[in-house]
Design a protein around this ligand. Structure first.
Ligand SMILES: Nc1ncnc2c1ncn2[C@@H]1O[C@H](COP(=O)(O)OP(=O)(O)OP(=O)(O)O)[C@@H](O)[C@H]1O
Length: 227
């Protein structure tokens, strides 16, 4: 479970607050998409869950230490940086102090990319490199997986594969998924709940409730994304 109580956060330490008194409870086993317009605080909320930053006041606590994180796709973006898939996963294995090197093969098999083990990261497609990031995040056997815009820079075919993989590990392995989404279709189709952030406040709703709300607003969201 992730529980936020009366959570305020400001990068300056005072008003105006990016997050302005958030109360939130995400139960284990949910797949929650976090949506909201640019600058509404989605990534900030993820950083707070991950304990990268501290609340200005109030609290936010993930009740697990086994958290996998797939950051926004800005690492390895320099295609000339000479690092292989194996090296990326192996350095994470060492960071996690996992002795058994088989975990690298297992992680790659899980996302169906064993064939690119020796490839340079810069030579992979957007979809492949995102799957490698997900494989890396799963190496620590997390029970909570946090993703920041997993479909950015990923072709439609790979997006489908990635979302069906996330749904599978959510359903079959019971991994709680919390994913920042600009892709509203993906949020509605894949998640069990949607957390809509706006003006420093948020509310949790079902995909159906979110769709109804969206249509009531004339089919346009604050995110300026068409369904
Ligand atoms: N490190 C930082 N220092 C100061 N202000 C920041 C920092 N990071 C984000 N902000 C500001 O905090 C607000 C929320 O940013 P955040 O990145 O959390 O929003 P977001 O909803 O994830 O946006 P986007 O959809 O564009 O990724 C924005 O006004 C942003 O400019």
């Amino acid at each position: 479970m992730i529980k936020a109580e009366n959570l305020f956060f400001s990068y300056t330490g005072s008003s105006p607050y990016v997050l302005d008194g958030i109360d939130l409870e995400i139960r284990d086993g949910e797949y929650v998409s976090v949506v909201g317009e640019n600058g509404s605080g989605k990534s900030t909320l993820m950083r707070l869950i991950l304990n990268f930053i501290k609340p200005t006041s109030g609290s936010i606590v993930p009740q697990t230490k086994r958290i996998g994180y797939v950051p926004q796709k800005n690492d390895f973006s320099n295609s000339s940086f000479p690092i292989t898939v194996y090296e990326v996963l192996n350095s994470y294995r060492r960071l996690l102090k996992i002795k058994n090197k088989d975990i690298i093969t297992e992680a790659l098999e899980q996302v169906g990319l064993l064939s690119v083990k020796g490839s340079l990261m810069g030579t992979l497609s957007g979809g492949q490199s995102q799957k490698i990031r997900i494989a890396r995040a799963l190496m620590g056997n997390p029970d909570l997986l946090i993703l920041d815009e997993p479909s950015t820079g990923v072709d439609i075919g790979s997006q489908k594969e990635i979302y069906s993989f996330l749904k599978k590990i959510n359903k079959e392995n019971g991994i709680t998924v919390v994913s920042v989404e600009h892709n509203l279709n993906a949020a509605i189709s894949n998640s069990t709940l949607i957390y809509h952030l706006t003006c420093g406040q948020g509310h949790l709703c079902t995909p159906q409730q979110y769709t109804d709300e969206f249509m009531k607003n004339g089919g346009k969201s604050n995110d300026n994304i068409q369904l």
